[in-house]
Design a protein around this ligand. Sequence first.
Ligand code: PA5
Length: 461
Amino acid sequence: MLKFDYHNVQASIIGAENGLEVEKEFEDYKDCIAKIIDELYANKDERNAWKKWMNLGYDEDTLWYINEFAAEVKDKYENMLVLGIGGSSLGGKAISHAILNPYWNSLSQEQRKGFPRVFFIDNIDPDTINGLLNIIDLRKTLINVITKSGSTAEIMAIYMIIKDKMKKECDDNYRESIVVTTDRNVGVLRQLAQQEGYKAFEVPDDVGGRFSVFSSVGLLPFAVLGIDIKELLRGVRDADKLAQNRNIYENVAAQNALIHYLLDTKKGKNLTVMMPYSSRLKYLSDWFAQLWAESLGKEYNLSGEKVNIGPTPVKALGVTDQHSQLQLYNEGPNNKIINFVRVEKFDTTLNIPDIFQYTGLSYLSGKTVNELINAEADATRVTLTDYKKPNVTITIPQVNEYYLGQLMYTFMMQTAITGALYNIDTFNQPGVEQAKNYTYALMGRVGYEESARILKEKMEV
Ligand code: PA5
């Protein structure tokens, strides 16, 4: 199981100004946490509670349908294009980047064992999209269009470009190469899927984008790429069992939620740095940033009071950012909590050759890169602590499907518990919707005429 070390947030280690009396806080909050956990689980199946992500680890039917689809398309495609943005892309990117060979797209079809190369399109930079479309053969490409709302402008625009190109360049069966993942009932994409006869998978009801990675949103591309989704969901279920524990002393998600909440509200640490020590976990920070920011950044609390709260996530990567951001973390303002994610055992042991023994490099000779990365993680953790900067460490035994399922589900639960501590609606995102609506208005979407008029007035000022 994953391990959690909160030693370096304790007042006895980093001082009372910056640290917490953790054991006392656990004791003071133990009933409050138990109540939050009871409430989270009590109404998780209610319509509009937006908590059905808590059921995803147990969805055997979806697992079966997706594995069946993956078997159908195996060996048929050279590429898979995943079109999605925000919650419809970040989890997919995080897990596929972590699990697949780091240079997956450069491997031959044989080395990939018949699984396709993968490209995520999650932005609408015209040059990047054009660049990609110029190098892939759409006749050998599976397209997975993912959008819960079925109408997000960026994704619909790219879909339209690709569909048009496929119609012109591919044979009449091109529609078989488009598979959509969207809401069961609503949205333009659902209508189009029916009209065009695309294979369609559901984003389940009451699962928001940033909590959807373990639904068809993530599972479909993972299965097509040969990632073991059964193992992923086993990790999710095991993390869920731990998360259900009402006892804060045994619940990592609750412990880290309370630590972050108290460090923000009592000690002014309102920046959350996510810093995995593994390049394979680079996009975990991007996924976490959305989860944390969209869930916890809110204008009003549940009592209707204007609060404008939320910790700001910061993405970092060990060891790379030791040579970039660490100076600021150590010597800059003491307004952050650093979350290290460490890997106990890398798949590879990379030996540093035993050469140059009698030079200034002798300290490296005969060691391993594994030792070096872990020494650097330790050195950074200790230095931060010397500077009285709170930091926690989560350690996973290995980077694989099972532990990623555990880790990411634990972060989701941590976010849900933190939101409850702030007394906010963790599962809405009115700030994102507002910008989406303005975009529709500016682009002339029917029904948005009044917003367009107001916007134009504002933009002219
Ligand atoms: O978390 C969210 O709700 C958002 O980030 C969405 O995932 C993002 O805006 C994409 O929305 P959709 O899946 O409807 O295209």
